[in-house]
Design a protein around this ligand. Structure first.
Ligand SMILES: [Ca+2]
Ligand SMILES: [Ca+2]
Ligand SMILES: [Ca+2]
Length: 395
């Protein structure tokens, strides 16, 4: 008996253990950084008040979108971004989407023809993920990986696009549009990009507040990233009716929240060379407005965010193989009947009781394996796969 306890303690010492799933929240725990580009909803969503700083605006953005609060923040024009953190690592369960981002995208036609392009107000944001490799809870030295959505490989998608916006001078004089009564300043926010273009974000009559983030002290703001092709089309031909079309998948605020095409798979993450990142999961998510387009009276394309959600809070990040050799995921936790084991390697799994007794031993294959635990009493078990062990809760 002594020997059994001793070997169990050794197992405890060498294993990787996880808190019960109930301790974790599926929603955003923290806004790490909020830096919108200029835009017609900036200084309103969230509201800027005199004296606000980068920190107080970060806290306001957090109050808006963390913990399923579901208030809306706007990232402004191209490049504006928000970085959020969760209270756990969102596990990349192989082959399925792992989290969703809620925005305010909608289709103009609620019942479109099956063959019709889906459009309305779709304002796609590029999604990036980071895994907290040094486990310090901060997105510091951790590499960011882009979610390669449906447009990633297209030639119209610009990589390493940079834009700089300039705060209007205090003595700035507005230039109203000669024909469009809704645009009261066509030279409002000057911007230039790294493709040699200089242009302006106009001001419209619907939003009278400053469009440049008031709490930012710098007189210019630079953003760099991937730029998607323009998705807005003036269907009227006379500037009265713009439709902003949805891209396929892999973007924020691009598909209505109820559409599963708004869900994101961490498995789509790629490094800066476009190679699959093979992350065990994501601790931090960044979203930035991915289109640089001004759609007449509708204003600039701006990604909006209401919240994010881990789609499988019970998934267990069981094994973190930095060498990318053996990847294994176990879920759900707690287990009701079957433990699901996704493995990229054929190997043995052993289930042990807390007393160290072997309950079962089974060979698992590459892919999805279902381990029947319906005959096991409620309690805590250890799954041993290769030289790693994982805590399993059976209820
Ligand atoms: Ca996945
Ligand atoms: Ca870190
Ligand atoms: Ca939007």
């Amino acid at each position: 008996m002594k020997k059994a306890i001793l070997s169990f303690l050794c197992l405890m010492g060498s294993g990787t253990f996880f808190s019960p799933a109930t301790a974790q929240s599926p929603y955003i725990a923290k806004v790490v950084e909020f830096r919108p580009a200029p835009g017609q909803f900036v200084n309103e969503l969230p509201e800027y008040e005199s004296g606000d700083t980068e920190e107080t605006m970060r806290a306001k953005a957090e109050e808006y979108i963390a913990h399923n609060n579901k208030n809306m923040i706007s990232l402004g024009g191209y490049g504006g971004y928000v970085v959020v953190a969760f209270d756990h690592t969102i596990v990349d369960v192989p082959g399925v989407c792992d989290f969703k981002i809620s925005g305010n995208a909608f289709y103009a036609d609620a019942n479109p023809r099956p063959d019709a392009p889906l459009g309305g107000s779709c304002e796609p944001g590029i999604v990036m993920v980071a895994y907290d490799r040094n486990r310090n809870g901060q997105p510091d030295d951790d590499e960011w990986y882009e979610i390669a959505g449906s447009e990633y490989e297209k030639k119209e998608t610009l990589k390493n696009y940079s834009i700089t916006y300039h705060r209007p001078a205090p003595d700035h004089v507005a230039t109203p549009h000669p024909d469009n009564k809704f645009l009261n300043d066509t030279t409002y926010i000057r911007w230039n990009d790294n493709r040699g273009i200089t242009s302006y974000m106009p001001r419209n009559t619907f939003h009278a507040q400053s469009y440049y983030p008031e709490w930012i002290k710098d007189d210019s703001l630079m953003f760099t990233g991937t730029r998607l092709a323009d998705n807005g089309i003036d269907e009227s031909g006379n500037g009265t009716y713009f439709v902003l079309y949805a891209y396929g998948f892999g973007y924020a605020d691009n598909r209505p929240n109820a559409d599963t095409l708004s869900h994101i798979d961490i498995g789509w993450a790629v490094d800066s060379e476009g190679n699959p990142a093979h992350l065990p999961g994501a601790d931090f998510i960044k979203v930035y407005t991915g289109v640089n387009q001004y759609n007449g009276w509708l204003g600039e394309c701006s990604t909006e965010i209401l919240g994010m959600e881990d789609l499988h809070i019970d998934a267990v990040m069981s094994d973190i193989h930095e060498n990318k050799q053996h990847v294994c995921n176990l879920y759900p936790n707690p287990v009701k009947t079957h433990l699901i084991v996704e493995s990229n390697e054929a190997c043995l799994i052993e289930i042990l009781s807390l007393a160290g007794n072997r309950i079962l031993q089974k060979k698992i294959e590459v892919g999805t394996n279902r381990i029947d635990m319906s005959g096991c009493p409620v309690g805590i078990y250890l799954a041993k796969i290769g030289n790693k062990s994982y805590k399993i809760i059976k209820n």
